[in-house]
Design a protein around this ligand. Sequence first.
Ligand SMILES: *Cc1c(COP(=O)(O)O)cnc(C)c1O
Length: 375
Amino acid sequence: MSRYWNSRVKNISPYVPGEQPRDRKFIKLNTNENPYPPSPKVIKAIQEAANERLRLYPDPQCTELREAVARRYVVKSEQVFAGNGSDEILAFAFAAFFESSGGSQNEPILFPDITYSFYPVYADLWDIPYRTILVGEDFSINIADYKIPSGGVVFPNPNAPTGIPLPLSDVFSLAEYLEKLDKVLIVDEAYVAYGAESAVPLINKHGNILTVHTLSKSSSLAGLRGGYAIGNSELIEGLCRVRDCFNSYTVDRLALAGAEAAVSDAAYYDEINRRIVATRERVTKILTNDGFIVLPSAANFIFIKAPTKTSAAKSEPCIGGADLMAALRERGILVRHFNKNRIADYLRVSIGTDEEMDAFLKACTAIIGNIGNTK
Ligand SMILES: *Cc1c(COP(=O)(O)O)cnc(C)c1O
């Protein structure tokens, strides 16, 4: 705490990202990075862009990148916004579409109690009132719970850190409800490449849907910082207004070149992401056979709880989330634990290569016993 901080900075609890170790070589299954490299075309595009033109500012409109996104999703480039990672786009979207406490409409925005932990941070930063809606016992989102007066809604599809997808019919019906209130539905599609249905085809029907996408996960570019949003051109213009009150050049020349190449190489990424899904299904089967609870995931991670103690009350795991995370860490494997009500027994495990996941399963066997020996 510093006396120089204003009250906003004193009172906020910033987001805490997963560990990025710099010393020891860990198997990193803690931040949902892609285990496969970016497309060779991406590396080549960045190398070619590393030239004397770096003395010039980049294109603030990100025209070519937006055109590449528009071609890939069959939308208009006016329906695309490009930014420096999707976290930044989410921060802009909160500022552009959700009313702060001082505003004329004071209904809170809604998001699930178990979801991406950046949402309450953005709401606090912009002083936007919010209310969390409990996910069900099975951790799924019940869309009827969101059809109440609100200042807007945001959730990821599939949800994080559960991985559970929401059917497009639910997204559609909520958008329809919110449209009558002139409120925006932000669908964070960070993990949509792994099995959920994208809401992009709905944007022409519902002008209040903003889908937000990142290159960090399914395009293997967490280190590049790139993302985009797709929605009605009025929403895109709203995002541009916020950006231009903040920093007109959020995407640099090297990132623009790499991002455009990534968006244009669907064939390469479809192949590596198909492999990740196959690995996820294999690992899910092994863990389930061995008594783990594994929530049904449509993402590049799984949310798991250790097998129940034979003697103990139903649903009490033989090892808690924090202890299992620590034991895995000792064996050189990083996973993510959220010390939070309802999910403290769970771990989020990113899907790595088959070799990495075999090492993870082996470590689980060493810690708990019996994993991987299909009965
Ligand atoms: C990883 C993630 C993001 C954003 O990532 P960026 O690296 O900032 O693009 C957004 N939403 C969810 C739910 C995520 O898990």
